[in-house]
Structure formats: C-alpha cells, structure tokens
Design a protein around this ligand. Structure first.
Ligand SMILES: NC(=O)c1ccc[n+]([C@@H]2O[C@H](COP(=O)([O-])OP(=O)(O)OC[C@H]3O[C@@H](n4cnc5c(N)ncnc54)[C@H](OP(=O)(O)O)[C@@H]3O)[C@@H](O)[C@H]2O)c1
Length: 194
C-alpha cells in the first residue's frame, strides 16, 4: 500500500494560495539588475516530479476542485496536464452539472474516502490537495507525509497551510531537504505515536 501525501506549494509566510485563491505567485519571476530573469517554477523541481510519478490517485477537497475548475482547466490542468489518473473530491454537495468522467465525488466521510482513493491508487501514493482536507487527514491519523515546495515570496494573506489553532503539536520528521533554483523542497514524515 502506498502513502497518503499532502503535496503543497507554500509561500515563505505560510500561505498555499493568495488572496482570492490566487496562484500566480507560484510561477513568479525575479530579475537580476534588469538583465537575467529567473523563473520560479515548481514543476521543474525533481522532488515535485518524483511525487507526481509516484501518484496513483488524487484526493481533493471541494474548494480545491472549485478553484481548479474556475482557474486551471479542471482535470486537464492537474500538474499542468502532466499526470493522469483517478481523482476523488470529498464534498457534501456533489455537483449536478457535467464534470470530467475521471473525477468521482465522494460524500461518504473522510476515512472511507481515503480507503477508496488508496484502493484506486493500486499500490502507488494518494496525493491530498486542499488544506482543510489535509488537516482532517492529520487529525484522523490518515496522513503519512507532507511534501512542501517553499517559494521565496511573501503574500500576507490567503489560505493558510494550517488554520487550526487547536491542532498541535504534531511531530514530524524531516526526511528530505533539497533546492532547485529558487525553490526549497521539504519532505516530512508524520510521526506516529498512536
Ligand atoms: N499551493 C498548493 O499547492 C495548493 C494545492 C491545492 C489547493 N490549493 C489551494 O487551496 C485552496 C483550497 O483548500 P481549502 O483548505 O480552502 O479547501 P479544501 O480542503 O480543498 O476543501 C474543503 C471543502 O471540502 C469539502 N469537505 C472537506 N472535508 C469533507 C468531509 N469530510 N466530508 C465532505 N466534504 C468535505 C467541504 O466542502 P463542501 O461542504 O462545500 O462540500 C470543505 O469546505 C484553494 O485556494 C486552492 O487553490 C493550493
């Protein structure tokens, strides 16, 4: 059985989306003295590539889905179109409207949703998208790893990595630190005390 991994890109001040769910900061540009322009592009991180290659299914929250459909081509835009596979969205309100056939909406509760996604992943990893969902997985002891791409930008406002004052402390073990250009890749295992 694979792992359940929260895969997320984060600003230095701890936001995973900017105000109004903006993600334009993920591919940002820094210019050196007006001459060389350097991209920050998470998709170029070998660690991101590794997570993508090992992903057997995605389990997303309804807000992730709504933003993905509104701004990023929905299913086609997942990992910039570089990944295909089963996608599950946990929601209390499955949509009536048409949606991509590879997306399944689940309302059966968190633990059953993780079980369903794990079965669909067929031995590969389940990737979690959405902070609210990921925190629930953490609380339920269902999250194995957190992979963070730290982007050197300060946003000041937006969706926080963790917005759960009563959550902690949750002990983690850092299992990897790497850099690719301006990105710092961090990988943590959730320590199991239960
Ligand atoms: N930086 C990154 O790498 C990255 C990655 C992914 C997403 N994002 C951003 O993160 C934001 C989305 O994250 P989020 O934390 O706001 O929301 P989320 O986790 O994507 O979605 C939360 C919603 O999912 C549904 N849900 C969650 N748990 C459920 C349960 N147990 N049973 C049934 N439904 C459940 C509920 O919606 P309903 O009650 O309405 O169904 C809940 O309000 C967006 O801005 C997105 O762009 C960033």
């Amino acid at each position: 059985v694979g792992s359940v991994i929260w895969h997320v890109t984060m600003s230095l001040d701890g936001f995973i989306a900017g105000r109004d769910d903006s993600m334009d900061w993920v591919v940002a540009q820094w210019s050196d003295a007006g001459e060389n322009t350097r991209d920050v592009d998470v998709q170029r991180s070998p660690v991101a590539d590794e997570v993508l290659q090992s992903a057997g299914a995605i389990l997303g929250g309804r807000r992730w889905y709504d933003v993905a459909v509104r701004k990023f081509d929905g299913y086609e835009g997942i990992y910039g179109g570089q990944w295909t596979g089963p996608v599950f969205v946990l929601t209390h309100r499955p949509p009536d409207a048409d949606h991509h056939p590879t997306i399944t909406f689940l309302s059966e509760g968190l633990s059953d949703a993780v079980t369903t996604a794990t079965a669909a992943a067929a031995g590969k990893n389940v990737i979690v998208f959405g902070a609210n969902l990921a925190v629930q997985c953490l609380r339920a002891g269902l999250l194995d790893e957190i992979v963070i791409h730290l982007v050197p930008v300060l946003l000041g406002d937006g969706v926080r990595l963790i917005d759960a004052p009563d959550l902690g402390p949750v002990a983690l073990d850092r299992t990897l630190v790497a850099t690719s250009d301006q990105i710092t890749d961090l990988r943590f295992a959730v320590r199991r005390s239960r």
